[in-house]
Design a protein around this ligand. Structure first.
Ligand SMILES: [Zn+2]
Length: 358
């Protein structure tokens, strides 16, 4: 058997609470578009130039920071994603929204005051730094805070326009009180908690995490939160060794290829949307399930990843549910090749935007 549906047996009891049908009607895409020209001052960011009716892209030049030479993390990919999107005329600069830095208050929705104090002020000890994979620096703190601000802004804009894509984000291994696996702040959790908390009744948020690694930090953070549903499809033998329990975990075997992977996602996403009835989907479009990825163990192709992204966004948007996307993990030494791979989610989103008349 190429893959197992072990997650089906591990859906928590909490899931039945989360699956209660929402009484509120679904927003339709047309209504979202009608609301598109509200003032951007209410967002945690600004539009670089003039108002644009095209797909919103969230990007900040401070998504990057310096790392020691030969560091394993491909930091240079973030500006290259935007570079290729503009160079290939997928987007124009008018589509770019610039996020604010995530405030301590917003980060405090998820992270403990003690952890924020030690991370922001450089009191992380060596052992803790090793766990994160990064040497601490002020630049690293700034980068992570802008990245989290980017995901918050993407989610806010998506609620208004139906779809929005950041050029970073997906730091799903960060826990409330510590960082892990290249993740210092959990951007997905911060965005979900913030947007859930400022609405009444609370928004229902579905996190679709298709990074090859389990979204363990996110799963832990929302394990007792009925308004957020965590769905993770990941390689069972990959990091993290000790998995947390998402609301739905689909653990797949090494070597899974496009067709089986896509059918695995398609077997679950529609019924999750129909039963949980989210007000917003946060989509982690990690490209580390790719066959060439240094840290993945699956065998997806570029085409397979594009089809996956297209399928997820079309399936969600066609039900009138807004989607915000983050790029998630991707690890290849060739930065340009990797950035092009990450840009597929924005290319697929552009196609969805056009085909769905958004
Ligand atoms: Zn990953």
């Amino acid at each position: 058997m190429l893959h197992s549906y072990s997650g089906l047996t591990s859906v928590r009891e909490m899931t039945c609470i989360k699956l209660i049908f929402s009484q509120r009607p679904c927003l339709k895409v047309g209504r979202l578009v009608a609301a598109a020209f509200t003032s951007c001052r209410r967002f945690h960011g600004e539009l670089v130039t003039r108002e644009s009716g095209a797909l919103p892209i969230i990007h900040h030049s401070k998504y990057v920071c310096d790392l020691p030479p030969n560091h394993r993390f491909p930091m240079g990919k973030f500006p290259r994603v935007l570079h290729f999107l503009i160079k290939d005329q997928v987007i124009t600069e008018k589509q770019v929204w610039v996020p604010e830095i995530a405030s301590k208050d917003i980060l405090g929705c998820v992270h403990t005051a003690e952890y924020l104090d030690s991370f922001i002020n450089g009191k992380i000890n060596e052992q803790e730094q090793r766990r994160t994979g990064f040497p601490w620096s002020e630049g690293l703190v700034r980068r992570c805070r802008y990245e989290t601000g980017g995901t918050v802004l993407a989610a806010e804009v998506a609620l208004q326009r139906g779809l929005a894509c950041s050029t970073a984000g997906g730091t799903h291994h960060a826990f409330p009180s510590y960082g892990s696996g290249f993740c210092l702040l959990n951007d997905l959790a911060v965005a979900a908690k913030y947007l859930m908390g400022i609405s009444s009744p609370k928004r229902r948020i579905l996190i679709v995490d298709l990074d090859v690694h389990q979204g363990d930090g996110t799963a832990f953070i929302f394990k007792d939160e009925p308004c957020v549903f965590t769905f993770s499809v990941h390689c069972g033998k990959n990091f993290p060794l000790r998995k947390q329990q998402s609301d739905l975990d689909i653990s797949v075997e090494d070597g899974l290829e496009d067709k089986e992977y896509l059918s695995t996602v398609a077997a679950h996403l529609p019924w999750l949307l129909e039963t949980f009835r989210p007000d917003l989907v946060l989509y982690d479009a990690g490209v580390d399930p790719h066959w060439e990825d240094e840290l993945g163990r699956l065998r997806l192709t570029d085409q397979g990843l594009y089809q996956r992204d297209l399928y997820v966004m079309k399936t969600v948007v066609s039900r009138g549910v807004p989607v915000a996307t983050v790029i998630g993990g991707g690890y290849t030494k060739d930065i340009d090749k990797l950035a092009l791979r990450h840009s597929m989610v924005h290319r697929a989103a552009t196609q969805v935007w056009r085909e769905c008349g958004m």
